[in-house]
Each structure stands twice: as structure tokens, then as C-alpha cells.
Design a protein around this ligand. Structure first.
Ligand code: MLT
Length: 254
């Protein structure tokens, strides 16, 4: 069964892949102005939004394959891929396994690195927590994705992110946690590929270890790095700056 997805606009294809506890609605503010020049595809990943839970564990490779099925169904040979966080891990898997189908890509608040051993242990504890009380986990986790000293100003945005997360069933959440835990380090892809790559990071992001990641990003003309003064949720914390960065990347390279 195909992932649930939506198409908007006409032009060069761009696929937007959401992160953990999100769904395709996360991109609605951002994509509204891109329709004129691009064909935008937004997907609900396996176990998120309106897509079903397929397995106990949704590896990044499995999710990559499911996204490719959507491109096949739309007869799209090559696309630019933009992935938020876990969506970025999946973007890296697509760039690795389906290289010839990628025109350019953007890691939006994401990393090419694998989980540390400590993080892997934490993922298993989180699986337990989610199985015991999913709602409590969501309400505790989502606010921490936002810049700590701006949480009061961002109440509406936090509520929006909580409502997306509530559309994620327990088994979708645990399958994603187990899948992220298994992902390999794909930094070699950044070294090997000569594609345009944009990396957008948050200066106050507690979900991604941006400092460690920055140390391994190769210095290449094809890779641009940007930092925004946000937590993990640039699309909600700095929507205008995010729009500008993504638009200029797409205008230049897609
Ligand atoms: C995400 O937003 O997709 C997750 O926070 C990523 C992660 O837990 O590694």
C-alpha cells in the first residue's frame, strides 16, 4: 500500500519529508508560495498522519523505499528532497540507495550521523514510556523541540505541533524510534555525492547534536550550511527565514 501523499503545483518535482511525530501538514505554511514553479509532493511517512503502520520497526531504508514508491506512482524520475530531522535521515537513505533519483537535497534540522550508544539506550527507554502513556510523552516531548527561552511566545506553534503528534499512533511512534536507532552513519554520502546540498541547523536545537555534526560536514562548494536562531522547529519558530532559505535553494538548484 502506498503512503498517503498530496501533490500541489506544476514544475520541477520537490518532495518534502516530515520528521518524527509530524505529518505532511507541517509543510503547509512553507509550500504555499512554491506551487507556481514546482510540483510539490508531501508524504505522510509510514506510521504517521494518514499512512498505516506497516511493521514493528520502520527503518530509514524502508521509509526511503516507500517514498520512492510515491515517485514511481507519479512517474517522477528525479526530485529534490527536503527532510526535517527524521525526514533528513530518510533523505540520506534515499541519497544512498536511490542516488540517481536525487537532484539535490536539504537536511532541515537533521544530521548524517548515527545515534550514539547513549542515545540508542534512550530510544529503548522512550519506547517503554510511549507504550505506557503516549499522550503524556507527546505533551512532554514537543515543547522541548522549541527554543527554551521562547516557549511562552510560541504557545500557538507548540499546540500546533502537539496536534500533529497526536495523529501519530503508539505503534507508529515506537516503529520510528526503533528505526532511527538502527540508522547508520551516512556522512560518507556527503563526501561522495557532488549534488547541491543545503544543511539548515538550529542554534538552540536540543534534538540534533549540530556541533558534532558540523565537525564532520565536508567543506565543499556543493554544500551550504545555514544556522537559524531557533530550537528544532524552524518551520514554526522562524517561518519567514525558513521560507527564504528553502526558496532560494530551490530557485538556484531544482
Ligand atoms: C525528529 O524530529 O524527527 C526527531 O527528533 C529526530 C530524532 O529523535 O533523532
Amino acid at each position: 500500500m502506498l503512503l498517503h501523499y498530496q501533490k500541489h503545483g506544476k514544475g520541477k518535482p520537490v518532495v518534502f519529508i516530515h520528521g518524527f511525530l509530524e505529518n505532511k501538514n507541517m509543510w503547509s505554511g512553507l509550500i504555499s508560495e512554491l506551487h507556481e514553479d514546482h510540483q510539490i509532493i508531501t508524504v505522510d511517512l509510514a506510521g504517521h498522519g494518514k499512512s498505516k503502520v506497516f511493521k514493528e520497526m520502520h527503518s530509514m531504508e524502508f521509509q526511503a523505499k516507500k517514498v520512492m514508491e510515491v515517485l514511481d506512482a507519479e512517474k517522477i524520475e528525479k526530485a529534490t528532497i527536503i527532510g526535517h530531522s527524521m525526514g533528513g535521515y530518510i533523505t540520506m537513505a534515499i541519497a544512498d540507495l536511490f542516488t540517481e533519483r536525487v537532484h539535490a537535497f536539504c537536511l532541515f534540522y537533521s544530521t548524517s550521523l548515527a545515534d550514539t550508544e547513549e542515545k540508542k539506550e534512550q530510544r529503548l527507554r522512550t519506547v517503554d514510556t510511549v507504550e505506557k502513556n503516549r499522550l503524556h510523552f507527546i505533551q512532554k516531548t514537543i515543547p522541548n523541540y522549541f527554543r527554551k527561552d521562547k516557549k511562552n511566545e510560541l504557545k500557538v506553534e507548540i499546540e500546533k505541533a502537539i496536534s500533529w503528534a497526536q495523529d501519530t499512533p503508539t505503534k507508529g511512534i515506537t516503529a520510528a524510534l526503533l528505526g532511527m536507532r538502527e540508522r547508520p552513519d551516512r556522512t560518507y554520502i556527503l563526501n561522495q555525492l557532488e549534488l547541491p546540498i543545503s544543511i539548515i541547523l538550529g542554534e538552540y536545537d536540543l534534538a540534533i547534536d549540530s556541533d558534532t555534526f558540523k565537525k564532520v560536514i565536508p567543506e565543499k562548494k556543493t554544500i551550504q550550511i545555514h544556522s537559524l536562531p531557533t530550537g528544532h522547529m524552524g518551520h514554526l519558530e522562524a517561518p519567514e527565514q525558513t521560507k527564504e532559505l528553502i526558496q532560494s535553494f530551490l530557485n538556484k538548484y531544482s
